[in-house]
Design a protein around this ligand. Structure first.
Ligand SMILES: *[C@@H]1O[C@H](CO)[C@@H](O)[C@H](O)[C@H]1NC(C)=O
Ligand SMILES: *[C@@H]1O[C@H](CO)[C@@H](O)[C@H](O)[C@H]1NC(C)=O
Length: 268
C-alpha cells in the first residue's frame, strides 16, 4: 500500500496536476519566419515555461515549453484536427473559446447557451485526460459588448448555468486597462482586484491568458514590477501570459531580441 500511495502521489503531481511554472508566452506565427520565432526568444528564461498561440499547431514552439492548444471558436462540425491536437503527446492543458463574450471582429462572439453546447461537444470528452480551461473572457468588461447585450460576468454566469455536466479545471480571463489610474496609482491594483474577483466569483484556479496595461514601456514595466510578484504569490493563480510576443510589445521593434519590457517579463 505504501508503494501504491507513493506512486499515486507522483501521478497526481505530474500527471493530473499537469503544471509547470506560471509564466507563459502568448504568440502567433504571423512573422517573416512563419513560426514561433518570437516566443522562442524566451528559451532559457527559467521563469517562462509554457506558451499558446490562440490555436494549434505550435508552429515549432521550442520543446522546452509546454504548448497549450486552444479551440479558438466554434467548429462547424466534427473536428478531427482539434482532437488530434489535444491527443498530441505532451498536451496537459487545453483552452477553449477566445473572448466569446465580445462582438468585435477578432472575438469568437458566441452566445452562452451555444458556447456551453460547444464545450460539451469539443472539450468535455477530454475531461480527466487533460486539464480544461473555461472560455477566455474579458473579466474587466463591465460595459456591454456581448452579443447578448450583457456584460462579461453575466455572460459567464449564463455559460456556467448552461454548461451542466461540464468539467472545468480552471477559469481563463483577460484584462486590458490603463497602466496608471486617473488618481495616479499603479494600475496593478485594478488588475489585482479583477483577478481576485474572478477567483471569488468563479471559485476555480485562474489563468490570465491575456493581460496588458496601456501606457509607455516605462509605465508597463512599473505595472509588471508590481503585478508579477503578486501573481506569483497567489496560490490560486495557476498561470498567466502578458500580451504578447510581438515586435514593440515583449519583442524589440526589429523582432530580433526581447524588448526592455520583454526582459522585465522574463526576469522579474
Ligand atoms: C443559458 O444561456 C442563455 C443565453 O444564451 C440565458 O438566457 C439562460 O438564462 C442561460 N441559462 C442558465 C440556466 O443560466
Ligand atoms: C477591475 O478593473 C477596472 C478597470 O478596468 C476597475 O475599474 C475595477 O475597479 C476593477 N475591479 C476590481 C474588483 O478591482
Amino acid at each position: 500500500m505504501a508503494h501504491l500511495s507513493i506512486f499515486f502521489g507522483v501521478l497526481l503531481f505530474h500527471g493530473v496536476h499537469g503544471l509547470t511554472g506560471k509564466r507563459g508566452i502568448a504568440y502567433n506565427n504571423n512573422n517573416p519566419s512563419g513560426n514561433a520565432v518570437y516566443a522562442n526568444l524566451f528559451k532559457g528564461k527559467s521563469k517562462v515555461s509554457w506558451g499558446y498561440d490562440w490555436g494549434y499547431p505550435s508552429w515549432s514552439l521550442d520543446s522546452s515549453f509546454e504548448f497549450v492548444p486552444m479551440l479558438w471558436g466554434l467548429p462547424n462540425g466534427p473536428d478531427a484536427d482539434w482532437t488530434a491536437a489535444v491527443q498530441t503527446p505532451g498536451t496537459l492543458n487545453i483552452l477553449g473559446f477566445n473572448e466569446p463574450d465580445l462582438t468585435y471582429d477578432a472575438s469568437s462572439n458566441i452566445l452562452p447557451e451555444k458556447a456551453a453546447r460547444g464545450y460539451l461537444t469539443y472539450m468535455q470528452p477530454f475531461a480527466g485526460t487533460v486539464r480544461i480551461g473555461s472560455p477566455s473572457v474579458l473579466w474587466n468588461n463591465v460595459g456591454s459588448s456581448s452579443g447578448g447585450a450583457y456584460d462579461t460576468a453575466t455572460w459567464t454566469q449564463y455559460f456556467l448555468g448552461n454548461c451542466t455536466g461540464c468539467h472545468l479545471d480552471f477559469a481563463a480571463i483577460h484584462y486590458y486597462q490603463d497602466c496608471v489610474t486617473p488618481d495616479g496609482q499603479n494600475g496593478a491594483i485594478w488588475f489585482e482586484g479583477n483577478v481576485t474577483n474572478a477567483h471569488d466569483v468563479l471559485g476555480l484556479p485562474i489563468w490570465v491568458t491575456e493581460f496588458e496595461c496601456y501606457g509607455s514601456e516605462e509605465q508597463q514595466i512599473a505595472f509588471l514590477d508590481q503585478a508579477l510578484p503578486w501573481l506569483d504569490s497567489q496560490d490560486y493563480v495557476e498561470r498567466y501570459a502578458y500580451f504578447g510576443a510581438f515586435p514593440d510589445f515583449l519583442i524589440n521593434a526589429d523582432g530580433t531580441a526581447l524588448s526592455d519590457l520583454g526582459d522585465t517579463y522574463a526576469s522579474t
